[in-house]
Design a protein around this ligand. Structure first.
Ligand SMILES: Cc1ncc(C[n+]2csc(CCOP(=O)(O)OP(=O)(O)O)c2C)c(N)n1
Ligand code: SF4
Ligand SMILES: [Mg+2]
Length: 343
């Protein structure tokens, strides 16, 4: 069939919400889910789709946000929703965006901007599905957003450690013991920095935290408006996996930012922009000590002073030694630095 002339591959223009009073009242992720009390990932789903609006398709890889949200015959999703395999959020995003584009181009469906959002957990996205996400971020002709909700474990299968689990955390794969206190001794992957640096044609990568809900929704709106493939990394406190009282979810999100452990930034067309309390840190506000965040969580209850010092030193390094603080960990060789300054 001949292509229609009306097709433009445009995105929806979603202006930022200017303050909480301007946020729309409609919900597209409602009652009917069975996540734990205080689950920030459920809040992320609600805010993500509220920001996107009704003309949106959501695709979700296996994990808590699939299993707890789609118990047989019930669902909180008001918009069209599809489950996809654990490592395939990238493929689902690309395939859906390409399918919509083809159908609209051929005139088989009305030509209109439809948001495509695929979400994945840290296990599904930063470990198993990294290759598919990477491929999707190179296909600049298709509009989709991949949102990684990071509860820092394979939570749905009972809290196994992932590549985004923090150093030393107690998980079912890394229980502290008498002989070895910290089984998990690797540092968390820098997933947003990795994807931003590695995909120069991806126009938008951001980090968010739902403790700052309006800012978080506005990053989703920006990603969908700018178009092409885009990526957002959300840090989501998880009462079950992190072992804390559910009433602390919001506070822990704030502390992750205030300690500098999780920076808030966006990279738009290659330009890094810090925002919120991270921006204040960049401009000179002191970071809170990491112990204020870590010691509120049972998963770090076995930490001794040496562990807290190590964690603090690694975070200090992110801020003091990285080429782009807390974003890009490269360091210039002195010679390169000198050669560049001489130009
Ligand atoms: C290929 C494959 N391996 C293992 C599983 C079992 N499984 C289902 S959900 C899940 C955990 C996924 O972790 P994550 O992506 O971080 O999402 P979360 O459960 O934390 O929300 C696992 C291992 C699966 N569904 N598919
Ligand atoms: S285990 Fe964590 S991510 Fe999963 S539903 Fe419970 S609080 Fe949410
Ligand atoms: Mg997870």
């Amino acid at each position: 069939m001949a292509e229609t002339t009306t097709f433009t591959n445009a995105t929806q223009i979603l202006e930022p919400f200017r303050g909480v009073k301007r946020v729309t009242i409609e919900e597209y992720f409602t009652s009917g889910h069975r996540t734990c009390q205080g689950c920030e990932s459920a809040l992320v789903m609600k805010l993500m789709v509220k920001a996107a609006g009704p003309r949106t398709i959501v695709l979700g890889s296996t994990g808590c946000m699939y299993v707890a949200n789609t118990t047989y015959y019930t669902t909180p999703w008001v918009v069209p929703w599809m489950h996809t395999q654990l490592g395939s959020s990238g493929s689902a995003a690309l395939g859906t965006a390409a399918g919509l584009k083809a159908l609209m181009k051929k005139g088989k469906m009305k030509s209109e901007p439809i948001n495509v959002i695929a979400f994945c957990g840290d296990g599904g996205g930063a470990d198993m599905g990294l290759g598919a996400i990477s491929a999707t971020l190179t296909h600049k002709e298709y509009n989709s957003l991949i949102l990684l909700y990071d509860n820092e474990s394979y939570a749905n299968t009972d809290i196994q450690l992932s590549g985004l689990t923090p150093f030393g955390a107690n998980t079912t794969f890394s229980p502290p013991g008498k002989a070895i206190r910290n089984i998990h001794t690797r540092w968390k992957k820098n997933v947003a920095g990795l994807l931003a640096a590695g995909h120069p044609e991806c126009r938008y990568v951001a980090t968010v935290c739902a403790s700052y809900a309006v800012e978080m929704m506005n990053k989703v709106r920006r990603a969908l408006t700018i178009g092409g493939p885009t990526f957002i990394h959300s840090l989501d406190p998880c009462p079950k996996g992190w072992d804390y009282d559910p009433m602390l979810s919001h506070e822990l999100g704030e502390l992750a930012i205030e300690t500098g452990i999780f920076p808030l930034y966006e990279v738009e067309d290659g330009q890094v922009k810090y925002y919120g309390k991270t921006k204040a840190i960049v401009e000179g506000r002191a970071r809170k000590p990491v112990r204020e965040y870590l010691l509120k969580q049972g998963r770090f209850a076995h930490f001794i002073e040496d562990d807290l010092d190590y964690f603090q030193a690694k975070v200090d390094e992110m801020w003091n030694k990285w080429e782009i603080p807390a974003v890009v960990p490269f360091r210039r060789l002195d010679k390169t630095q000198a050669a560049l300054s001489a130009k």
